[in-house]
Ligand binder design. Structure first.
Ligand code: ARG
Length: 575
């Protein structure tokens, strides 16, 4: 482990144990980056109270036990420990990192099985902008877990079942299969849905047909199932176009939509009822998980079978959680879904625990996705008030990226090559760089800016390092070092890079990709300062210094590229 903060934590804890007894071995030394040294430890303050000694005295005692420490320790002020690491220690740790194919990032042993439920658009409607965020954040979490060696099972919980399918299939019969497929593949799902809906509302005959069709669909009638497949296959082909534009890792094999659980729903309800977990209430079968009450203080029901015998969203999620624990053998289940479904998931998790379907050894987590807002601060919509088509939005991102590159003087062929990566990178990075549960304003101008914590800036930073290597006529992989951190800007960059491995593991366990963005942004900023202050391939730089600096460039490049890849942000070679 090279992360300085963790190394220091361990060292200070050992010192605490030696100075004050083993019972202090796992006190938090409260190590923070400091402006007066590399780090500051504040533990002496809190410990002094408990030991009834002066903080300075306590700090001195800790310092005395840190004699074999690879750096300088000073007591300052009322009892702060200011810690400055030896350059040689930072250099050798950075060198290890450079020589390690995984940049010091470990793997989790034994690996966990992590189910990631994400994207999950509804087939009855057009995939909308809210699904964009769950898709992008979920994909990054899947990549992170895979990188750490966990077994990742992606589950795309498509909304592909339920009463709307009666009218959707009847509409398909009305307009003909070919026309229907054409519309759906072109992303006109919303229009298709609205047309079906209008007929449903207008005429009794159509309504009746739609109702009958729901029944034949539920009963698994072969011809109805064939029509359902025609509809779904065309819809999924459209979703796949979006996924491939975005560079998202979901495939057809990851589809586990609501329809998949349909055959399990009877049994799901029966078992919950037999176990006494679900009870009949006003004709509906409900679970009342303890601790959930409505505004009137009455227990809140999770309805798993409506009074008309129909199943709903909650029934499917009860079947799904059982399947994920029992059949997929999940250790951890991440539901990357809109924050507005928080109550639903808390109730599903509680009901599943009650039923014994979700043992304490398995963690189920709702990774809440904050709402996407327009610049006006309201739910993101087109000017005419309709929801924005994802395909149009992504195309606009690419077009705008292309125009910006044009303004910046890129030639036609480079532009064509990188506009897609810049556009998609901008959209994805913008989604990832704010904490996933906060609301987020969709703003093309901001996400496409070439400065600040944006996708284009990060891509540009990597391209700039690659261009240094082209100038040096050397491949980054051949920059073997040694890493020597002579100038302050080199040292600051080197010290920062050492935190990468620990950050990746924290970001993964806490489901917080935005912290990876911050780390990479800081990396790029520190690199900028380094590059301003420390010429690499300029004339007059002696060959040794050049080799030292190229190695630092190579390490930075790999950290940036690995990080961006884990975020799912594409990285063009040149820019
Ligand atoms: N299709 C749902 C929606 O668009 C999201 C499904 C999320 N996953 C789940 N297991 N409920 O709101």
């Amino acid at each position: 482990m090279t992360d300085p903060q963790i190394v220091l934590t361990e060292r200070v804890q050992q010192a605490l144990a030696r100075a004050f007894g083993a019972e202090h071995a796992d006190a938090d030394p409260l190590i923070r980056p400091s402006q007066f040294a590399d780090f500051q430890a504040n533990v002496a303050m809190s410990l002094a109270k408990r030991l009834r000694r002066s903080p300075r005295e306590v700090a001195e005692a800790i310092k005395a036990e840190l004699s074999d420490f690879p750096g300088q320790v000073e007591v300052s002020g009322p009892g702060f420990l200011n810690i400055t690491l030896d350059d040689s220690w930072i250099e050798s740790e950075a060198q290890h990192m450079l020589e390690d194919a995984r940049l010091g990032v470990g793997t989790i042993t034994p690996p966990q099985t992590v189910v990631v439920d994400y994207s999950a658009p509804n087939a009855a409607k057009e995939m909308h902008v809210g699904h964009l965020r769950t898709t992008i954040v979920g994909d990054s979490l899947a990549r992170l877990h895979e990188h750490l060696g966990n077994t990742v099972i992606r589950q795309n919980h498509l909304g592909d079942w339920g009463t709307p399918f009666g009218m959707l299939i009847e509409h398909l019969l009305d307009i003909g299969e070919e026309a229907a497929v054409g519309q759906l593949e072109a992303g006109l799902g919303t229009e298709y849905y609205q047309a079906a809906r209008a007929k449903f509302e207008a005429g009794d005959a159509f309504k009746q047909r739609a109702r009958t069709r729901v029944t034949t669909l539920q009963s698994g009638d072969p011809e109805t199932m064939r029509l359902w497949h025609v509809f779904m296959d065309a819809t999924v082909r459209y979703f796949n176009k979006i996924y491939s534009l975005l560079g998202v890792t979901l495939t057809d094999a990851d589809i586990a939509g609501e329809s998949m659980y349909n055959p399990m729903l009877n049994k799901t309800c029966d078992e919950l009822e037999a176990a006494g977990v679900a009870v009949l209430s006003e004709g509906a079968l409900c679970v009342f998980p303890p601790g959930f009450t409505g505004s009137d203080d009455k227990p809140l029901p999770l309805i798993i079978r409506k009074s008309d015998g129909g199943y709903g969203y909650a029934t499917t999620d009860m079947a799904a959680i059982r399947y994920r624990v029992h059949d997929l053998k999940a250790d951890r289940i991440l539901y990357v879904v809109g924050a507005d479904q928080a109550l639903h998931f808390r109730m599903v998790f509680a009901a599943a625990r009650l039923a014994g379907w979700l043992p304490d050894t398995v963690s189920a987590e709702h990774v809440q996705i904050g709402m996407m807002l327009g610049k006006d601060g309201r739910r993101f919509k087109t000017r005419s008030g309709e929801s924005v088509k994802l395909m149009d939005l992504l195309q606009e991102a690419v077009d705008r990226a292309s125009a910006l590159l044009d303004e910046r003087g890129y030639d036609e062929s480079t532009r064509r090559e990188i506009a897609h990566a810049v556009g998609m990178g901008a959209v994805k990075y913008a989604d990832l760089s704010v904490s996933h549960d906060s609301e987020y304003v969709f703003d093309f101008d901001r996400m496409l800016a070439f400065t600040g914590n944006t996708g284009p800036y990060m891509q540009y930073a990597t391209a700039r390092i690659r261009s240094i290597f082209r100038k040096a006529e050397q491949a980054p992989a051949d920059a073997a070092g040694p890493i020597v951190l002579a100038a302050p800007a080199e040292r600051a960059l080197g010290l920062h890079l050492l935190g990468f491995a620990e950050l990746i593991s924290q970001v993964t366990s806490d489901s917080e990709p935005h912290r990876l963005c911050s780390f990479l942004f800081q990396t790029a900023s520190l690199f900028s300062t380094f590059y301003e202050e420390c010429p690499v391939v300029k004339e007059g730089v002696d060959p040794e210094t050049r080799a030292h600096r190229l190695a630092l460039c190579a390490l930075t490049l790999r950290v940036l590229e690995t990080g961006l890849d884990l975020l799912g942000v594409p990285v063009p070679e040149r820019m």
